[in-house]
Design a protein around this ligand. Structure first.
Ligand code: COA
Length: 199
């Protein structure tokens, strides 16, 4: 029996004009702008005010620690060469082979289906290449944009967890979406993702 992996491999993931790559220091100004945005602050309990030191710590400390510890992988989302947002796998359980995807998209890049495409790319790579069996997305019941992205990525809506999350305004119920390895390419249409290892 193959040994259980304990962390994600660093990778460049590509789907046409969409690229998921390691976040770098040059992303800091865009990360600050994206995390200060009203809609991002409404649905993600990020520091408020969000300043440059938060973004620098996110790139230099949090992201590498997530990868090294096995907790997940943090990716910058690029669209046609522009920084367009952030997506990650988090809360990874390597024994149970489960992980959870989270994302935000830069205000100027919203409404073009990027979150759904990026979630499909990352989820399908985790399921097909990294030994993960189940990926979840959790979105507040009022966050219809995020729920739309989860469905577009081929996830199935599974139910509502009461008071399972929190935002700045208080506790929220979360809709749980799941995608299984056996469903890659069969739910919501086949993806065209390609992964390329970088180390
Ligand atoms: C949720 C989010 C990631 C969706 O990303 P996206 O790439 O814009 O997703 P889509 O293009 O599929 O658009 C989803 C919905 O967002 C809304 N939307 C469209 N354009 C928008 C814009 N310019 N600004 C804000 N919302 C917009 C629409 O309701 C759209 O659904 P519709 O196409 O049926 O009208 C993005 O709105 C975001 O970053 N939100 C703040 C952070 C967040 O909520 N993260 C998820 C936490 S679970």
């Amino acid at each position: 029996m193959a040994s259980t992996p304990t962390r994600f491999e660093r990778a460049l993931l590509r789907d046409g004009d969409l690229l998921l790559r390691e976040p770098v220091e040059a992303d800091v100004p865009a990360i600050v702008a994206g995390c200060r945005d009203r809609l991002t602050q409404e649905w993600l309990p990020l520091p408020d005010p969000y300043d440059e030191s938060h973004a620098r710590g996110f790139v230099a400390d949090f992201a590498p620690r997530q990868l090294d510890s096995g907790a997940g992988i943090v990716c910058a989302l690029e669209h046609q060469g522009d920084y367009a947002g952030m997506i990650d796998c988090k809360k990874t359980d390597w024994r149970g082979r489960t992980t959870e995807i989270g994302y935000w998209v830069m205000p100027g890049h919203r409404g073009h289906g990027l979150a759904g495409r990026a979630a499909r790319l990352l989820a399908d790579w985790a399921l097909c290449d990294q030994g993960i069996e189940r990926v979840e997305i959790r979105a507040a019941t009022g966050n219809f944009g995020s729920q739309k992205a989860a469905l577009a990525a081929g996830f199935q809506r599974e139910g509502v967890l009461r008071s399972a999350g929190f935002v700045h305004a208080g506790r929220v119920d979360l809709v749980v979406f799941g995608k299984l390895r056996s469903e890659v390419g069969s739910v919501g249409g086949a993806g065209s993702a390609t992964g390329q290892r970088t180390s």
